[in-house]
Design a protein around this ligand. Structure first.
Ligand SMILES: *[C@@H]1O[C@H](CO)[C@@H](O)[C@H](O)[C@H]1NC(C)=O
Ligand SMILES: *[C@@H]1O[C@H](CO)[C@@H](O)[C@H](O)[C@H]1NC(C)=O
Ligand SMILES: *[C@@H]1O[C@H](CO)[C@@H](O)[C@H](O)[C@H]1NC(C)=O
Ligand SMILES: *[C@@H]1O[C@H](CO)[C@@H](O)[C@H](O)[C@H]1NC(C)=O
Ligand SMILES: *[C@@H]1O[C@H](CO)[C@@H](O)[C@H](O)[C@H]1NC(C)=O
Ligand SMILES: *[C@@H]1O[C@H](CO)[C@@H](O)[C@H](O)[C@H]1NC(C)=O
Ligand SMILES: *[C@@H]1O[C@H](CO)[C@@H](O)[C@H](O)[C@H]1NC(C)=O
Ligand SMILES: *[C@@H]1O[C@H](CO)[C@@H](O)[C@H](O)[C@H]1NC(C)=O
Ligand SMILES: *[C@@H]1O[C@H](CO)[C@@H](O)[C@H](O)[C@H]1NC(C)=O
Length: 467
């Protein structure tokens, strides 16, 4: 999510210690149970795989997701809202809309801190809160979280909290999709935050891959964690003191880094689905779905490969990898898009088709006659819309983009997750106790920002696709 409200101009508080660079460690020093969700005979009938445009379970049934993003990559690196409501109550609220999917965001820093401690232990709740919020609010919020969540103490760790979320979600038949939102824990995203692109200053590739392996391992005992993402909203890295400097922002680097990361995940956990997000804040996967030459394929603000036409063509061929049936494409679209027109449905549909939804094998939309850029996909593969959103008030019902998105996902039965659940953040962009009017949930996590929207927009939409 790249939306930065104008009222939040305070600079980022220096509350988070910097990530210390070093060699990638080994997962085996950590103490997660080695179980498998292989071939389960009850819901969710995992592991999942892909079959053409569908995500399928072991019974061969297509599965659709409809749900919400639950932010957890802020400075405390503990999912938002737990000081206001228990895991059980938050998930009951999610379930009450008819949702079956949560994209749970995290920061690599949460995993780096485990390795940095040197003894394989995870960070306790109170340590996380004090580090993120300072002594006074850190101890206060810890007490509140413990009071709301039976069985937890100040020493309950970040990933014990994740275990609890996954377990309670499983009991309600909700999927948990871990999403690495940032390297350094903070509000996301812009081009100068150091989290933009591979080897940007908060995005060391070795730590990112280590984090992905950690999550792939963490997922094993949780049957409802059938998928995970590679990275949220890649974008061009811009260094404000050196605006022209680049670090190879193009399709070649994307495919190179994604291929080796997916290899690493597959080696750790060959069962889990991996979602691949696109260029320019996850708006664009066109070169991959359409099988274009990666040396020369167009791409907004990419670094040119000047001799691209003289190089031998390089085309990404998903089918040639052992994980061909584990990859799902993932796209986002917001009205703040720098380059895409979000002004009417026909154009949005043509842009979606070009950006990657062509991989669903759907008909070319009419406005392809206008955009003249709707190549066929080289391979059918599932595509999900894992972020979009807008103010949760009466404008929801006549927001052009939101209406188009609902119509489009229903017409093609596309899985989706709205941004976001969090009506308040314990810390965001340097301020504490920050409200968010784009959230489904209210500030106190005990109701909705816009109840009419829940009843008349979100519930009917989820029901239309999930039944
Ligand atoms: C699950 O089963 C598949 C094939 O049945 C196998 O390739 C894979 O290694 C198994 N995964 C685990 C984690 O045991
Ligand atoms: C969408 O797909 C799911 C399975 O993935 C199916 O159960 C449902 O009926 C489909 N809905 C529509 C409206 O086609
Ligand atoms: C692990 O290291 C942390 C940080 O140094 C320390 O607080 C904790 O007590 C250690 N835990 C164990 C089990 O040794
Ligand atoms: C980008 O993010 C950084 C770090 O969060 C922040 O300091 C900066 O103000 C942001 N820039 C813009 C233009 O929003
Ligand atoms: C930004 O560029 C300047 C000048 O090239 C360099 O000294 C500095 O280290 C860069 N900063 C980051 C955070 O990459
Ligand atoms: C990953 O991206 C970085 C930055 O663009 C690039 O230097 C590196 O070559 C890429 N790695 C692979 C394996 O393509
Ligand atoms: C697009 O153009 C083709 C070829 O000219 C035509 O057959 C088709 O009907 C047009 N589609 C729409 C929706 O206008
Ligand atoms: C937009 O929604 C508001 C509130 O429901 C309504 O009053 C207004 O007439 C709508 N505007 C348009 C252009 O549909
Ligand atoms: C503590 O949190 C409250 C919001 O709950 C905030 O208003 C206040 O500024 C925070 N205190 C500090 C020292 O940041």
């Amino acid at each position: 999510m790249s939306f930065v409200p104008k009222l939040l101009t305070a600079s980022l508080a220096a509350t988070v210690s910097a990530v210390v660079l070093g060699d990638a460690g080994e997962i085996s020093s950590l103490s997660y149970p080695r179980q498998s969700n292989n071939g389960s005979s009850e819901w969710p009938y995992g592991p999942f795989s892909t079959r053409g445009r569908d995500i399928v379970n072991t019974r061969g049934e297509a599965v659709t997701w409809a749900g919400v993003n639950w932010p957890g990559s802020g400075e405390t690196m503990v999912p938002e809202g737990l000081e206001w409501a228990s895991v059980e109550d938050i998930l009951d609220q999610v379930k009450s809309v008819g949702f079956n999917f949560i994209r749970l965001t995290y920061a690599d820093q949460a995993i780096n801190e485990i390795y940095d401690r040197g003894n394989g232990s995870d960070v306790p709740l109170e340590v996380a809160m004090i580090q993120g919020l300072g002594m006074e609010n850190g101890t206060k919020v810890t007490r509140e979280i413990v009071a709301k969540n039976p069985g937890w103490t100040k020493d309950t760790t970040r990933f014990e909290i994740w275990d609890k979320i996954a377990e309670v979600a499983a009991s309600k038949q909700i999927y948990i999709h871990p999403d690495v939102h940032v390297g350094k824990a903070q509000w996301c995203c812009n081009n100068t935050d150091g989290n933009a692109w591979f080897d940007d200053y908060n995005f060391p590739v070795n730590k990112w891959q280590r984090g992905l392996k950690f999550i792939a391992e963490w997922a094993k005992p949780h049957p409802n964690v059938v998928s995970m993402s590679l990275r949220n909203e890649l974008r061009r890295a811009i260094n404000e003191s050196s605006p022209t400097s680049t670090i190879g922002y193009n399709w070649l680097s994307l495919v190179g880094n994604y291929t080796s990361a997916t290899d690493a995940i597959y080696e750790t956990n060959p069962d889990i689905l991996v979602t691949w997000s696109g260029m320019q804040y996850d708006q664009d996967l066109s070169a991959l779905t359409s099988g274009l030459n990666l040396n020369t394929a167009p791409c907004y603000k990419c670094d040119a490969v000047r001799d691209g036409y003289r190089r031998p063509p390089i085309v990404f061929d998903l089918a040639s990898h052992p994980w061909a049936n584990k990859v799902v494409w993932e796209l986002h679209l917001y009205s703040m898009s720098e380059n895409l027109d979000t002004g009417n449905c026909p154009i949005i549909e043509a842009e979606f088709y070009q950006a990657g939804f062509n991989a669903l094998g759907i008909e070319k939309p009419g406005a392809c006659n206008t955009t003249k850029d709707c190549p066929d996909a080289v391979r059918q593969t599932p595509v999900i819309l894992s972020e979009f959103g807008s103010a949760q008030d009466a404008t929801l019902f006549n927001d052009t983009l939101q209406g188009c998105i609902q119509q489009y996902t229903r017409k093609h039965n596309i899985s989706w997750a709205v941004w976001s659940l969090a009506g308040s953040y314990r810390i965001r962009s340097g301020a504490q106790g920050v409200p968010d009017t784009w959230a489904l949930g209210n500030y106190e996590w005990n109701g909705w920002n816009y109840p009419t929207g829940i009843e008349k927009w979100w519930k009917p939409w989820a029901k239309a696709q999930l039944g």
